[in-house]
Structure formats: structure tokens, C-alpha cells
Design a protein around this ligand. Structure first.
Ligand code: MRU
Length: 384
């Protein structure tokens, strides 16, 4: 399985996603500054992955041989961790997983520092490090459950009568590269494929950052899943094509508000509108750590604005005969100089357009009142 994040005893490495799919290279993340920049510059991206890398960057910093904070008092260690977490959450604002992880781990560390009899400063740091490391394994397990739950739902509710295999469309990258492994929406695709229930997967290019053509396509080829890449503007034509017969669109999420409104990669909203028009099921797949009950609706979600250069230029190696070995990444301008640019990284899909929210504990659909009751996901009731 592709591994975007490697961690062992204070040594964190991430697969540099700016170089993919042309060069596979791991870069060390030794400090919270390294982690912050890797997230901001999108060397690592995807809601679960940025939360995990942020926390593990702090774990690595704490374990650095020259870091003397471990010799300090429990409260000093707590304050150090708390300040670093405040800094890390400023790297990217939309995905709630990062601030959710920071809040939970801060609370755990704060409680540990207050214990009687008092622990050593080192033991307070260990509480943080163990929790950060646990995120890697927990996220992988959650994703495998999300994949299974989503695949079963699609096979039951999106397949036509008697249809054994379905076609699905996905957007952005929500796979092993966006998580600790397997993925969320792409985990659903993987699960369908592993159950022999997938006829074909389609992935969008996902302009302007091309997470679809660079990363999702890379994962689909890697796993030998039958798949086709389209540009974002081809989605309507794809859904209208009855021979291709797309049964469902499944996407990830950066933040799901309490009413089910979902922030995800720019272009998601357009796909949801298309799905409604064509009678295609539209699913959001995300761990419960992406659900933010404190945010009432999509209106309250901050949408990250990215640099104009991501729209006015594209990056990649120079095209040419294969095997030239020339893989240095170049930037090519593609827009008229002087044009204004709007580059929101995410959009909000209203809950009314979402048929189900796939989590590790099941798939939640709207209630008889036509509303999502996502708080029910946190007491693990009977879900489909
Ligand atoms: O800007 P990105 O690449 O971090 O955006 C990623 C997405 O929008 C994903 O769909 C989302 O984070 C879920 S990843 C499992």
C-alpha cells in the first residue's frame, strides 16, 4: 500500500506530493516549522493527513536529542505543546481534522500535567507523543470501515436492479496520500474493487491543483483499478452518457457542519448539482473527526483562498519521449498576464444535495424531516 506518512520513534518522513506522480521522494519533517510549511505548501494535503503530520511533527520535535523542554516541569511542557499546537493550526484553516486533533491532544496533555502525584515533564510529553502516534493506526482502521460501509451502501442503493458492478466518479484525492492509508472516498472505490463490485472508476483532474490527475490517477494505476481520468468540465457529459452509466459520485470532506453542509475541494458542489440533475447518488465519505458539530452550517465554514499562481500556471516535468530521465518539475504560465484570479480551495455542498454521509460507524442518511442528525453518529446508534 502507498504510504504518504512514515513515522518511527521521533523520525517522521512524508512523501513529497508536489513531486508526484513523477518523482517518489520522502522528505524528513523534524520540527513543527517543517510540519507547518509542508502543510501550507501542500507537500502533504488531505484533511486527515495534515492533522496527522502536524501532530507527528510536534512529536518529532519533542523527541529531538537537543530539545531540553523534556527536562522542564509538567506545566512548562504543557505550555510548550499548547503554543506549538496553536501555531500548527494556522497552517490551513478549512479542514477541521487539524484543529480537532489539536484540541483533543491539548486537553489530554493538560489533564496529564495536572495529575496528582505529579508526573515528570517527560511523561507529559509522552502522553502527547503516544496520542499522536495512535492517530496513524486509528485513521487507517477508520478508513477501511468507511470503505466497506460506502461500498455496501452503493451496491445496495445505487446499483440498478440486478447490476453486480457499479461505476463511480470521485473528485480530488482522498486516498492513501490524503490519509494514513487506504483513504475515505477513494477507500470506497478500493473496497468496491476488492469486492469485485466495481465496473469502472472515473476521477476528475481537479483543477487548479490537479490532485485528481496527479495523485488519484497515480493511486488508481498503482492499485490496477480500472479507471479513467476526465477534466472537471467533462463531468456533465459523463453523467449524461448512459453507456458509461455512472451510479454514484463519492467525495471526501474537509469539514461537515452539524446540518450536513460539506466543505470539500472546489468543484464538489458542481458535481453534487449535476448528480441531482441526473438522478445519480451523491455520497460524502469522511471519518467522524471531519464532522464539526460546533459549526452550524456551511455559512460558518472558513474557505481557504490560495495563491493566484495556482490558477495562472501549471507544474510538471517537460513533456518528451519517455525514458529521457528528465523529471525536473517546471512551471508553465497558462493565463493572460494581468488577469484577476479567484482561487478558493474549497466550496460548500448544501446538505440537500447529499444522499448519505459515510463514516466508520455507518452511513447516515437524512431523517424523515429531510435533515441530517449527525449528533447521532457520536452515540453509535443503528445505522445502515
Ligand atoms: O486542498 P487539499 O488537497 O488538501 O484538499 C483535499 C480535499 O478536499 C479532500 O477531499 C479532503 O481533504 C478529504 S481527504 C480524505
Amino acid at each position: 500500500m502507498l504510504q504518504a506518512i512514515k513515522y518511527s520513534e521521533g523520525n517522521l518522513e512524508i512523501l513529497d506530493q508536489l513531486q508526484l506522480p513523477f518523482v517518489e521522494t520522502y522528505i524528513p519533517i523534524r520540527t513543527t516549522e517543517d510540519g507547518w510549511h509542508a502543510i501550507k505548501d501542500m507537500k502533504v494535503r488531505g484533511a486527515p493527513a495534515i492533522a496527522i503530520v502536524a501532530m507527528l511533527s510536534l512529536a518529532s520535535e519533542l523527541l529531538a536529542p537537543d530539545n531540553e523542554v523534556l527536562q522542564q516541569t509538567p506545566e512548562e511542557v504543557h505550555q510548550y505543546i499548547s503554543a506549538k499546537l496553536d501555531y500548527l493550526v494556522t497552517s490551513r484553516p478549512t479542514a477541521v481534522n487539524l484543529s480537532d486533533a489539536a484540541r483533543k491532544l491539548e486537553k489530554r496533555v493538560s489533564n496529564r500535567a495536572k495529575e496528582v502525584p505529579g508526573p515528570l515533564g517527560r511523561e507529559v510529553a509522552d502522553t502527547f507523543i503516544q496520542s499522536a502516534v495512535a492517530m496513524l493506526g486509528n485513521d487507517l482502521e477508520d478508513n477501511q470501515r468507511i470503505g466497506h460501509n460506502g461500498a455496501e451502501w452503493i451496491a445496495s442503493y445505487a446499483a440498478k436492479p440486478g447490476q453486480a458492478q457499479v461505476a463511480v466518479l470521485t473528485h480530488c484525492n482522498t486516498g492513501s496520500l490524503a490519509t494514513s492509508g487506504y483513504g475515505t472516498a477513494l477507500g470506497v472505490v478500493r473496497s468496491l474493487a476488492s469486492k469485485n463490485k466495481l465496473r469502472h472508476a472515473y476521477c476528475t483532474e481537479t483543477r487548479p491543483y490537479n490532485q485528481g490527475s496527479r495523485l488519484t490517477a497515480f493511486e488508481l494505476v498503482h492499485d490496477k483499478i480500472p479507471a479513467t481520468l476526465i477534466t472537471d468540465s467533462m463531468a456533465a457529459a459523463l453523467l449524461a452518457d448512459t453507456d458509461k452509466g455512472v451510479n454514484a459520485i463519492v467525495v471526501g470532506a474537509d469539514r461537515v457542519a452539524a446540518n450536513g453542509d460539506t466543505a470539500n475541494k472546489i468543484g464538489t458542489y458542481a458535481l453534487a448539482v449535476l448528480a441531482k440533475h441526473h438522478g445519480v447518488k451523491f455520497l460524502v465519505a469522511a471519518p467522524r473527526t471531519t464532522i464539526d458539530l460546533d459549526t452550524k452550517s456551511g455559512n460558518d465554514i472558513i474557505i481557504e483562498q490560495r495563491p493566484a499562481s495556482e490558477v495562472t500556471s501549471i507544474k510538471g516535468p517537460r513533456d518528451g519521449p519517455e525514458g529521457t530521465g528528465n523529471v525536473s518539475i517546471e512551471t508553465v504560465k497558462i493565463a493572460a498576464p494581468g488577469i484577476n484570479v479567484w482561487n478558493p480551495a474549497f466550496d460548500i455542498t448544501p446538505s440537500a444535495l447529499i444522499d448519505g454521509i459515510v463514516t466508520e460507524v455507518g452511513v447516515m442518511e437524512k431523517g424523515v424531516d429531510g435533515q441530517y442528525h449527525l449528533d447521532g453518529l457520536f452515540d453509535e446508534p443503528t445505522l445502515s
